[in-house]
Design a protein around this ligand. Structure first.
Ligand code: CTP
Length: 401
């Protein structure tokens, strides 16, 4: 297997030598490509000697090179860019081809993994965020940068992910290839909105990020994905059938409709437990009503699925503000689930709205796994790995008995 390793100009470029070695240790042949700026941070000779291949960086270094980017793109199985500066992200997102690496990107048809590294403000700038969003929608795997001391002297997000994490993304890309092929996956995401009158409603702070990340990952693994989502500000992932709903009862109707045609169901939505007993068709006037809202319970969708389930593999979430482990275990049992993902929502730095979370996985065989705080996109990958393992184990056991 051949991997093109693109290196762009930032201080993290030195880590590309370590990544190159890690990739070789896994048996990959690495073809290095450097931008001119990258060569200010690490010499081409280093990557040339380590890889045993000439480093390409210039489109016009000799007359044969003009089509070399196409030849190189055809030869390889994966393009990894680490570190990727804000500049190269912008070029990739917009399709600007003005140097060897950006031209190569346009000619490649392989999966692409990008590990951004830059100053925290540059990372959070709407332009960079838009570019990252565009690339993600195109199916590019982004290895999120870590936090810590940055070369500019500031503290924050923007450090190139450790080479081990980038290697993991590379290995995942190869192993997950079509690992969910022919699986029909149903995922719910986001909040529900329970109307009180035409302008007022009860809802919650769920952003939908976890469910959307799960849907994106399942699609990359080859699954047919139906994503039933409450209102969010997120772009629907590429290749996924999106069913938009508002209330808990609309979500229940859509889930029950798709359930018989599903193999795996992941209820990541924060479904409202209560809804106003009456919905007023006109905006309520303060003179006309008592300041009391009468609520009634919504249907517990997941519990209902637990009772209806035949072959389906059921995954639930437990958003808790107390002892997560015990409460999640209880929900796993009560709702008839195969796997539950528990998280503590009382912490401001994780869970609802945040891009990262710290979760505990508890399965129906009693196994527990506490994950460190990770980007939700990484949690999605780990969760699908665990779902696939557990599902095939359950199926094997069922065949044996
Ligand atoms: N859920 C559901 N239907 C509901 C409420 C929740 O399907 N009406 C699902 C959620 O999508 C989640 C799981 O059940 O996967 C647990 O949701 P959570 O809000 O943590 O718990 P509840 O079941 O609402 O229980 P409690 O109010 O006791 O926390």
């Amino acid at each position: 297997m051949k991997i093109i390793l693109g290196v762009t100009g930032c201080i993290g470029a030195y880590k590309s030598a370590v990544l190159l070695r890690l990739l070789q240790r896994e048996g990959f042949e690495v073809l290095p490509v450097m931008t001119r700026a990258a060569q200010q941070f690490i010499t081409p000779l280093t990557l040339e000697k380590l890889s045993g291949h000439k480093v390409v960086s210039d489109l016009f270094s000799d007359h044969t090179v003009q089509i070399e980017h196409i030849a190189l793109a055809r030869q390889s199985d994966l393009l990894v860019v680490a570190p990727a500066t804000a500049n190269i992200l912008a070029k990739f997102a917009q399709g600007i081809a003005d140097d060897f690496l950006s031209t190569l990107y346009l000619s490649t048809t392989t999966p692409v993994i990008i590990a951004p590294a830059m100053n925290v403000e540059m990372l959070h700038h709407p332009a960079t965020q838009e570019n990252l969003k565009t690339l993600k929608q195109r199916g590019t795997v982004i290895v999120e940068p870590g936090s810590g001391y940055l070369a500019c002297g500031e503290e924050g997000e923007g450090r190139l992910a450790e080479p081990e994490r980038i290697l993991e993304a590379v290995l995942n890309t190869f192993t997950r290839k079509k690992s969910l092929l022919n699986k029909r996956v149903l995922i719910t995401a986001g909040p529900t909105i329970e109307a009180l009158d035409p302008v007022r409603f009860i809802s919650n702070r769920s952003s939908g990020k976890m469910g959307y990340a799960l849907a994106h990952e399942a699609h990359l693994r080859g699954a047919q994905v139906v994503l039933i989502s409450g209102p969010t500000h997120l772009e629907p992932p590429e290749g996924v059938k999106l069913v938009g709903v508002r209330s808990a009862s609309e979500m229940a109707k859509a889930v029950f409709h798709h359930f018989p045609d599903s193999d795996v169901v992941v209820m990541a939505a924060a479904v409202s437990d209560f809804t106003p007993a009456s919905v007023f068709s006109e905006k309520l006037k303060k003179e006309d009503v008592e300041p009391v809202i009468q609520l009634e319970k919504t249907v517990d969708i997941l519990k209902e699925l637990g009772q209806r389930k035949e072959w389906q593999f059921l995954v639930g979430f437990a958003a808790e503000s107390g002892p997560v482990r015990e409460k999640a275990r209880k929900k796993l049992k009560e709702k008839g689930l195969d796997l539950i993902v528990g998280n503590d929502i009382s912490r401001d730095d994780q869970g609802f709205q945040s891009d990262s979370n710290q979760v505990i996985l508890i399965d129906c065989e009693g196994k527990e796994e506490e994950l460190p705080r990770l980007p939700k996109t990484d949690i999605a990958g780990i969760l699908w790995d665990r779902i696939q393992n557990l599902e095939s184990r359950i199926q094997k056991n069922a065949l044996r008995s």
